[in-house]
Design a protein around this ligand. Structure first.
Ligand code: BTN
Length: 228
């Protein structure tokens, strides 16, 4: 039912979907063993050596916002990883966290009416493979579990679970809140519009984050959080 294309090497699986959109249907997937120009959020590079899950899929008509799709993707990944004994937390907007370190991230791009969901998970990779500057910020499933987990099986599970959870976005939201590790924390929000320091009050169903900064509450839809 779910068609997954497997590539040895690609620049970025998200870019591959953009180039091949015509032959790619809703909830098809593309997985690459290596990405040579993996993209992170905010124009960051995404380190993508062999052993990771570098995967993209596409949703043609999502019935809600990009932020809600982010929540759906995060919840699905948490749900799948739990089956492999990895209990992760979710950091707004879409970081997959284990033991306060980044196990993975999601890059959602909108092309006309469609969304491309790019998922990067640091799975069967030794920490020493990462550049020095990343080593104290990231974690891999291999370092936690001391064994490899089946990447292609996980890609398939992700697609199956998206098709199930998408039918109940209220349940997705509640699960996202249960797994979120930002609520109540003092944070710095860094975005293209600047930086603000405040406390996380709420995360909304549409993906916004409500932050109280110096007594004023505002909802933000993009940026990265740093705990202060
Ligand atoms: C982040 O910055 O946290 C998002 C990282 C997203 C990385 C994935 S890997 C598969 C897909 N292809 C890319 O080039 N990026 C996403």
């Amino acid at each position: 039912m779910f068609n997954i294309i497997k590539l040895e090497e690609v620049d970025s699986t998200n870019e591959w979907v953009k180039r091949n959109k015509g032959k790619f249907s809703d909830l098809d997937g593309v997985f690459a063993k290596v990405q040579t120009r993996g993209k992170g959020r905010g124009k960051n590079k995404w380190f993508s050596p062999p052993g990771g899950l570098w995967f993209s899929t596409m949703i043609e008509k999502f019935p809600s916002t990009k932020g809600a799709l982010s929540q759906l993707s995060c919840v699905v990944i948490a749900d799948v990883l739990e089956q492999y004994k990895l209990n992760v937390e979710l950091k707004w907007p879409n970081d997959i966290i284990f033991s306060s370190k980044k196990l993975g991230g999601i890059l959602i791009e909108r092309i006309n009416e469609s969304f491309i969901i790019g998922i990067g998970l640091n799975l069967n990779i030794e920490l020493l493979t990462f550049p020095l500057e990343l080593r104290d910020k990231v974690i891999t499933s291999f370092e936690v579990l001391k064994k490899e987990i089946p990447i292609e099986e996980i890609c398939l599970e992700i697609l199956k679970k998206i098709s199930q959870w998408i039918k109940n976005l209220n349940r997705v939201y509640l699960r996202y809140l249960g797994l979120n590790c930002d609520l109540g924390r003092k944070v710095k929000l860094i975005s293209s519009k600047g930086e603000i320091i405040g406390q996380v009050i709420r995360i909304e169903k549409d993906g916004g984050i409500l932050i109280n900064s110096e007594g004023k509450e505002n909802t933000y839809y993009s940026g990265s959080l740093v705990y202060t």
